[in-house]
Design a protein around this ligand. Structure first.
Ligand SMILES: [Zn+2]
Length: 183
């Protein structure tokens, strides 16, 4: 909870706000100060055949994670997804779907996870400044390769679990990419 007003630095006092409860209030600004946090997106970027997912290494760390980035003020999250994939990987994406969100305490960030489909597997446009390395993984490989115990790993697992469910219920009508093994 915030102790001081982010605009003027005055110590905040809790005040009752209808439908919200006790909220920190700045008497100088005459304003309630709701909790402040960042918002970011991370995404399962799929290849056009939808049978591989892109993982990247970043910030000099030897671990695979999902493509991610902060949402700019005034920007909608879907736009951030497309912008970040273009900036970091050099690919256009569409079929942008929200998957899951989770608050990430270390960076005080609400992470919104999306899936999207790239228009190509071409990785020649990857930003050398922002990405150390990246490659396409089959879903099985990706679950093994992704940084274990990370938020990215939880998002990926949830995404893959969701894909499994409808397919087992309704096999015949689901899109099944060529070459995919079925039991
Ligand atoms: Zn104030």
């Amino acid at each position: 909870m915030m102790e001081y007003c982010m605009e003027c630095g005055t110590k905040l006092k809790d005040r009752f706000l209808k439908n919200e409860g006790m909220i920190p209030f700045c008497e100088k600004c005459n304003a309630y100060r709701f909790p402040v946090f960042s918002a970011a997106v991370s995404m399962e970027v799929l290849n056009p055949d939808r049978d591989k997912v892109l993982l990247i290494k970043q910030y000099g760390r030897d671990r695979y994670i999902l493509v991610a980035g902060y949402i700019n003020k005034g920007e909608n999250a879907e736009h951030t997804v497309a912008r970040e994939v273009m900036e970091e990987i050099g690919l256009h994406v569409d079929e942008i779907h929200f998957e899951k969100s989770e608050y990430f305490p270390p960076s005080n960030t609400l992470m919104l996870n999306f899936s999207c489909v790239a228009d190509s597997e071409d990785l020649s446009g990857v930003s050398e400044e922002e990405v150390d390395s990246c490659r396409w993984f089959s879903f099985e490989e990706a679950e093994e390769a992704i940084a274990q115990g990370s938020l990215a790993a939880r998002f990926l697992k949830k995404f893959l679990d969701k894909r499994e469910e409808p397919r087992s219920r309704d096999n015949e009508s689901r899109h099944c990419p060529a070459g995919q093994e079925r039991e």
